[in-house]
Write a protein that binds this ligand. Structure first.
Ligand code: NAD
Length: 252
């Protein structure tokens, strides 16, 4: 059974790997045997890098601003140059801008769409093309509870995460028959920098906890099992799925 989840010899690209959920995702893949391309932007990569190397896996660091087309192109080129192939792509980098819709600036809207959606398309396109050529690959996009719900004061973020699910399904339809699985993980409320403002707001924090059947915020470690599942042959017959890792939030 353990062979089903074994990623030995696989190369994985993880964006936003320097901290938060991206760090948990990268370490989960490394624990299962994968070598890594750690994509970072303005976050020191050392902590993740050391942890991957301590597991006996290889890792290269790629610095890139994924709000631009050029940044996404650089990631694909650097990963392919370092390893000669990519088996797993985890589109995790993401940003959030919390402002009511009436005051939401167009610049914020655009930046959120650039990082959370446009880079997901560009990286999936350039590395997915290579995966189709090699006849195998796994693309895992990081969605959100706001892939399903409207959220509060985050219109750009919600629009981007709904679109991530649509893109996941569109790519899955094209590539499922060509050996490439495209799926998504929708994390619930996870304790990272992205949600610090919510945890610092006593009322929101209490309301959120009251709705989570598991009774706690999620952690980067909670992402490890689900990502290894979707990156491994254990999920070969899954395509276009959005897997909730949310302590039961969506069941309430
Ligand atoms: P985080 O803020 O700790 O991490 C975000 C990562 O994205 C960082 O590593 C950052 O460097 C990277 N990033 C941001 N802008 C970038 C850019 N322009 N170019 C390249 N990289 C960039 O937050 P997180 O919670 O770890 O978020 C990771 C992903 O999970 C995001 O897509 C987020 O939307 C999603 N998510 C988080 C939660 C949660 O509760 N924390 C819930 C659902 C979905």
């Amino acid at each position: 059974m353990s062979k089903l989840f074994d990623l030995t010899g696989k190369v994985a690209v993880v964006t936003g790997a320097g901290r938060g959920l991206g760090q948990g995702l990268a370490l989960g893949l490394a624990e299962a045997g994968a070598d890594l391309a750690l994509v970072v932007n303005r976050t020191a990569p050392e902590e993740t890098l050391k942890a991957v190397e301590a597991l006996g896996r290889k890792a290269v660091v790629v610095e890139a601003d994924l709000s631009s087309e050029e940044g996404a192109a650089r990631v694909s080129a650097a990963a392919l140059e370092a390893y000669g192939k990519v088996d797993i792509l985890v589109n995790n980098a993401g940003i959030i801008r919390r402002t009511p819709a009436a005051e939401h600036s167009y610049a914020d809207w655009q930046e959120v769409l650039d990082v959370n959606l446009n880079s997901v398309f560009l990286l999936s396109q350039s590395l997915g093309r290579e995966m189709v050529k090699q006849g195998s690959g796994k693309i895992i996009n990081i969605a959100s509870m706001l892939t399903f719900q409207g959220g509060i004061n985050v219109p750009g973020y919600t629009a981007s995460k709904h679109a991530v699910a649509g893109l996941t399904k569109a790519l899955a339809n094209e590539w499922a028959g060509r050996g490439v699985n495209v799926n998504a993980i929708a994390p619930g409320y996870m304790s990272t920098d992205n949600t610090e403002a919510l945890r610092n707001d006593e009322t929101r924090n209490r309301q959120i906890l009251e709705r989570i059947p598991s009774g706690r915020w999620g952690t980067p470690e909670d992402m490890k099992g689900p990502v290894v599942f979707l990156a491994s042959s254990a999920s070969d017959y899954m395509s276009g799925h959005v897997l909730c890792v949310d302590g039961g939030w969506m069941t309430r």
